[in-house]
Design a protein around this ligand. Structure first.
Ligand code: NAD
Length: 333
């Protein structure tokens, strides 16, 4: 079957996903949820969406009576994901939520619980888990081609513009750069090394307290320790341009990816040479992959489920705590 998807939140990333879904073989955009009638009209004509599949934020619970929608992809500001996901779950539809799944682990847990109770899937928009070069590097690590992996370095950031956007509003964003872009280094450390961290330390730098208000992090450096003894050293920032690099080294080899998590093409090389897997639009692969996961039980190389998202939320909570207290925080995922 084809996964029939409604997108909630018709902003910049929602638009990117809609465009990418045109090339999907197993997923199709069939509905929208938006607070802006003019956008709904626009999307209806652009993507051939019937009126009966259009909802707003007040009435979308009625989606439960719509057999033509299987899943809702939530692409709204982070602080709205939890309540929206719970409503979608209660309507009996699968939930796909953008990253970060929520703004803290408590909210993430509530989403996991609600989806479990409603017997619907909860998937997080971790597009890199479907990206061919990333998948190849993970396979190489699993095959032991780097030997014993020991060190990961992740640098994720960009210079954020407009000071009035929701990404700089603690209520809607849940934090700052860490929630938005630092999460790529967190998730990357885990899928590159193939382990979950057991401790974190972190240091915060704020050069512009006017733009980056209380609770909105500008730059955080953080370190993660893993059960094998491997360590990660990462940087998350909203105040340096084009920072998108992963490096990992082991006893027998290494890999550097730059860019490592942008929309692509991803570029990288290992001790064996250039990574030459083809670039395919990440969101196309992701949505086809999620359809295969939902209908055929085919798991991606790294999970994209709610528990996976929850691990990153627990790590973010610990990083914020470590940055605030200066303590080494132990975590048990
Ligand atoms: P955006 O501002 O472009 O779009 C957000 C949309 O939500 C807008 O259409 C806005 O109208 C709507 N919205 C609904 N209620 C709102 C409210 N109360 N306040 C503000 N906006 C409201 O943002 P975006 O870049 O599309 O990001 C949306 C989500 O997608 C975020 O969670 C973000 O982290 C995620 N994202 C993921 C990726 C990725 O590569 N996976 C990339 C970009 C964004």
């Amino acid at each position: 079957p084809i996964l029939k998807v409604a997108i909630m939140g018709l902003g910049s990333y929602g638009t990117r996903v809609a465009e990418a879904m045109k090339d999907c073989k197993r997923a199709k955009l069939v509905g929208v949820i938006s607070g802006t009638p003019s956008k709904i009209k626009d999307w209806q004509s652009k993507y051939g969406i019937p009126k009966k599949n259009c909802y707003n934020y007040e009435n979308f619970d009625a989606i439960k009576d719509n057999p033509d929608i299987d899943a809702v992809y939530i692409i709204t500001p982070n602080g709205l994901h939890k309540d929206q996901a719970i409503r979608v779950a209660k309507a009996g539809k699968h939930v796909i939520s953008e990253k970060p799944m929520a703004i803290n682990a408590e909210e993430g847990q509530a989403m996991v619980d609600a989806c479990k109770a409603a017997k619907v899937k909860l998937l997080i928009g971790y597009r890199m888990h479907f990206e061919p070069k990333t998948v190849e590097v993970i396979k190489m690590r699993k095959n032991g081609e780097f030997g014993k992996v020991k060190f990961f370095q992740g640098q994720s950031g960009f210079t954020i513009g407009n000071p009035n956007q929701w990404r700089l509003d603690k209520k809607l964003a849940g934090g700052g750069a860490m929630m938005d872009i630092g999460i790529y280094s967190i998730n990357g450390a885990r899928y590159m090394l193939g382990e979950d961290p057991v401790w974190v330390t972190a240091q915060e730098t704020k050069t512009d307290p006017v733009k980056f208000k209380e609770g909105v992090d500008e730059t955080i450096q953080f370190q993660l320790g893993f059960p094998s003894g491997a360590v990660a050293n990462c940087l998350s920032t909203y105040n340096m341009s084009h920072l998108d690099r992963f490096f990992m080294t082991g006893s027998d080899g290494w890999v550097e990816m730059k860019p490592s998590t942008g929309y692509g093409p991803i570029k990288g090389r290992t001790h064996k040479g250039e990574l030459d897997q083809p670039h395919i639009t990440h969101q196309t692969l992701q949505m086809d992959g999620m359809a295969q996961l939902i209908f055929d039980g085919v798991q991606p190389i790294v999970p994209v489920d709610g528990e996976e998202g929850l691990k990153d939320m627990k790590i973010i909570d610990a990083i914020y705590k470590a940055a605030k207290t200066g303590d080494k925080i132990t975590i048990d995922l």
